[in-house]
Design a protein around this ligand. Structure first.
Ligand SMILES: C[S@@+](CC[C@H](N)C(=O)[O-])C[C@H]1O[C@@H](n2cnc3c(N)ncnc32)[C@H](O)[C@@H]1O
Length: 266
């Protein structure tokens, strides 16, 4: 089963913009690791609603330039409200990088996007081509070794309502381990690769916020493999299991993120 790009809605895009503080925080960490400086040209692939692109635009200042691209029109609609001189947005995804000239960017970043990309090798080769020598690639993505802490609950709920997990179904997107990610980036011709695995923990009060976030951050792919008439049963089970995890501080989200920085040498 592949990622579907036609399930997004204006409401999901608005939810994502409102509920994506954690993603934004990882994004700002990535921008720090990339050492983005005034005057640079930065491409934000899978920019979503444009929050990180806006932060990047502040970092590169009036002499720099930031372009955010995303395949989802509803996300771009919100992102474009953030546009200003030096910060623009365009429709497109990781398969559309051939449109950019060789050696035309100082940095290319992908924040919470790489685990959605199916043709990773091609995307990385293209990113290397469009970076100038000395230019940097930054990726913040899920860690296969410790992904969404609720994957097991979601899997179990689907299996119990559907009598098993449907053939070819993937609950999590295309996650990699730190070693797999490093190997892919090295194979694309980047000689210098640093991967850091950072542990994240926070507490969510409302189960409904978690469910809304799963749906919004997956642009409608969450539970897409479950027939519409059975989704309420699956959601009910997930809700009950999540409630069991509640402590005095709320429901803990504890997971790892990979932060990768790589540099094109020549
Ligand atoms: C979880 S959101 C992250 C958005 C944004 N980068 C942020 O930090 O908030 C994932 C985004 O990846 C985008 N995406 C999914 N597959 C993609 C692909 N192959 N190429 C580019 N973007 C993609 C989606 O459209 C969505 O906006």
């Amino acid at each position: 089963m592949t990622t579907q790009f036609d399930l997004d809605t204006r409401e999901l895009a608005e939810s994502y913009d409102r509920l994506s503080d954690t993603q934004f925080r990882f994004g700002t960490l990535l921008v720090d690791r990339l050492g983005i400086r005034p005057g640079q040209r930065v491409l934000d692939v899978g920019c979503g609603t444009g929050r990180l692109a806006e932060h990047l635009a502040q970092r590169v200042g009036p002499s720099g330039e930031v372009l955010g691209i995303d395949p989802l029109p509803f996300r771009l609609e919100i992102a474009r409200k953030r546009a200003r001189p030096g910060l623009s947005f365009a429709l497109g995804g990781s398969d559309d990088l051939p449109r950019f000239a060789d050696r035309s960017w100082d940095a290319v970043c992908l924040n919470s996007v790489f685990h959605w990309i199916e043709r990773k090798e091609e995307a990385l080769r293209e990113i290397r081509r469009i970076l100038r020598p000395g230019g940097r690639l930054g990726i913040a993505t899920g860690d296969k070794e410790q992904p969404n802490p609720f994957s097991a609950i979601i899997r179990e709920a689907i299996a119990s309502v559907m009598g098993g997990i449907p053939e070819g179904a993937r609950i999590s997107p295309f996650l990699l381990s730190a070693e797999e990610l490093r190997a892919l980036v090295l194979a694309a011709g980047f000689p210098f690769v640093e991967v850091e695995s950072t542990l994240h923990s926070d507490f969510v009060d409302r189960v409904d916020d978690l469910l809304e976030f799963f749906q919004a951050s997956s642009f409608g792919n969450f539970l897409a493999l479950v027939p519409a008439e059975r989704r309420a049963a699956v959601t009910g089970r997930i809700r009950r299991e999540l409630e069991k995890l509640r402590t005095a501080r709320g429901i803990e989200r504890r997971f790892r993120r990979l932060l990768l920085v790589a540099e094109r040498k020549d």
